[in-house]
Design a protein around this ligand. Sequence first.
Ligand SMILES: [Zn+2]
Length: 121
Amino acid sequence: MVEHRQPTLAQVVEQHVYSPNTYLCSCSRDDDDAPTISFTEWAVHVAAVWREACTITTAGQLDALPTGAVIRTAGVVYASEPRTGVQANAWVAIGDRYRHCSDEILLPALLIHHPDWSRDE
Ligand SMILES: [Zn+2]
């Protein structure tokens, strides 16, 4: 199984600090060619970075998510549930009984809940 550690929102945001002096995000190159952005544009940028961080593109990434993770793909919401005797979780559509393996899930999917997000840090 490929190890994939889902970053927290705090970890993503700390890589993207806005400077009101240079009008640049900290992820941009610090040179004269870097396009300046407004605070509102920076907020849109951080939202896009977070969305990308939550986009699941491989079955391996799905398998690495813990029990209780929730994803949405093609208008269907799936929650991960443990499978007896199998390391990777099953994916169950909300309101359905059929359990899917990760390679049966249409990707990309958007991670909409990770159990770590419920914890106080
Ligand atoms: Zn940035």
